[in-house]
Design a protein around this ligand. Structure first.
Ligand SMILES: Cc1cc2nc3c(=O)[nH]c(=O)nc-3n(C[C@H](O)[C@H](O)[C@H](O)COP(=O)(O)OP(=O)(O)OC[C@H]3O[C@@H](n4cnc5c(N)ncnc54)[C@H](O)[C@@H]3O)c2cc1C
Ligand code: FES
Length: 363
């Protein structure tokens, strides 16, 4: 079937669904459509992985055809992806790496395998084209404003290049490349995701300057190098995505320079407070009643997952509130701040809360 024929069939099916809803109650036509083609369901946003492209030895880009209900993204935004691994559905957050202006309606995410990572290793090493995955609509404020500032500084490390790649691709598509400096660090040259494309862009646009820092041979990229690498760093709009330590250091530096509003950061991992050590306790997950011992530093989400509890989750870093449970008894510790709290009935984000003594939580 040609793409055109398939598209017009999709349209017919959706129009039929809209007009015959009353005939099929209590099951909605959407339920039947979802069985024929999972992408037609309007209740559950899904996508089909159409291609898997190796970027480096441990990173891939997945081309996804989003289903009904998808809304266009802004370059730099992220989505949540629901993937079945060994029969269990896991949700994780990934930045979109494609430009919103892409003409075929497909989007890409680019995933680097984290050591022992459940979802990332599955996506990098095992997922097959044709797999249907759960999706959420794009969200997040790590985006360029309109009009785009005339001078930009991007500072990225490892997979932190993905949202910035979407921005660069979008600027290229719109024919509006401003003065850009991109400082990107990775352990070795062969680990640069999008390396060939970045170098090609830097060759094509004289106002796009690329500095690649190979940390194995050249050491860590330090913000003290900024005056050399980007003398006007304090005058630029800055978008930064990398390890938590680098982002915290930057936030302090930009705040102290009185230019905090110029700095935009994207965290891929939660910032954990230094003082999160404390006693844990026995955790009871309701309504199943499953129990597990927790130390005072492990998120309740991980404690539950390790004990085989079906735990809802999304970003796993305190952003999306997909993981909340209602505290029935006990107290928890917020791993981002180290603060203890616990009111009966309080909603608790399990991904950033650890047990502070015995806990009962209802999911
Ligand atoms: C807004 C946002 C955007 C993101 N965009 C991307 C992206 O474009 N590409 C991408 O590859 N990832 C991205 N991530 C990270 C991604 O959501 C997952 O955290 C990552 O893929 C690890 O998931 P996992 O299931 O494999 O690891 P888990 O099974 O959850 O964790 C296993 C181990 O990996 C460690 N770990 C967890 N997260 C990371 C991480 N980010 N890096 C290194 N080690 C980690 C854990 O500490 C743990 O030891 C993004 C995260 C956020 C919040
Ligand atoms: S999983 Fe997103 S806030 Fe906990």
């Amino acid at each position: 079937m040609t793409a055109l024929a398939r598209t017009s069939m999709d349209g017919v099916a959706l129009r039929v669904a809209d007009t015959v809803g009353w005939l099929t109650t209590p099951l909605m036509p959407d339920d039947y459509l979802g069985l024929i083609n999972p992408l037609w369901s309007s209740r559950k946003l899904r996508g089909r992985v159409e291609a898997v492209h190796a970027e480096t030895k441990d990173a891939v880009s997945l081309t996804i055809r989003p289903g009904r209900g998808w809304t266009a993204h802004r370059a730099g935004q992220f989505i949540r992806v629901g993937v079945d691994v060994d029969g269990v559905r896991h949700w994780r957050t990934y930045s979109l790496s494609s430009a919103p202006e892409r003409a075929d309606g497909r989007v890409t995410i680019t995933v680097k395998a984290a050591p022992d990572g459940i979802v990332s290793t599955h996506l990098v090493h095992r997922i097959e084209p044709g797999t249907v995955i759960g999706l959420t609509r794009p969200e997040g404020g790590f985006v360029l404003p309109q009009p785009v500032p005339s001078r930009l500084l991007f500072v990225t490390a490892g997979s932190g290049i993905t949202p910035v790649m979407a921005m660069l691709r979008s600027l290229v598509r719109r024919g509006e490349m401003p003065d850009v400096i991109l400082l990107h660090s990775v352990p070795r040259r062969e680990e640069v995701i999008f390396g060939a494309e970045l170098r090609r862009l830097a060759g094509r646009f004289p106002n796009l300057r690329l500095h690649e820092q190979y940390t194995r041979s050249g050491g860590r990229l330090s913000l003290s190098q900024l005056p050399d690498l980007c003398p006007d760093w304090s005058k630029r709009g800055v978008w930064m995505c990398g390890p938590p330590g680098m982002l915290e250091e930057a936030e302090t530096r930009w705040r102290e320079a009185g230019i905090a509003t110029r700095l935009h950061v994207e965290h891929f991992r939660p910032v954990v407070a230094a003082s999160t050590r404390g006693v844990g306790g026995r955790v009871r997950f309701l309504p199943s009643g499953q129990e597990a011992d927790a130390d005072g530093a492990t998120p309740l989400l991980v404690v539950g997952e390790d004990a085989g509890v079906l735990m809802p989750s999304g970003c796993r870093m305190g952003i999306c509130y997909s993981c909340t449970g209602r505290l029935r008894s006990g107290r928890v510790r917020d791993l981002r701040t180290g603060r203890e709290h616990g009111e009966e009935g309080e909603l608790v984000q399990t991904c950033v809360s650890a047990a502070a003594g015995p806990v009962e939580i209802e999911l």
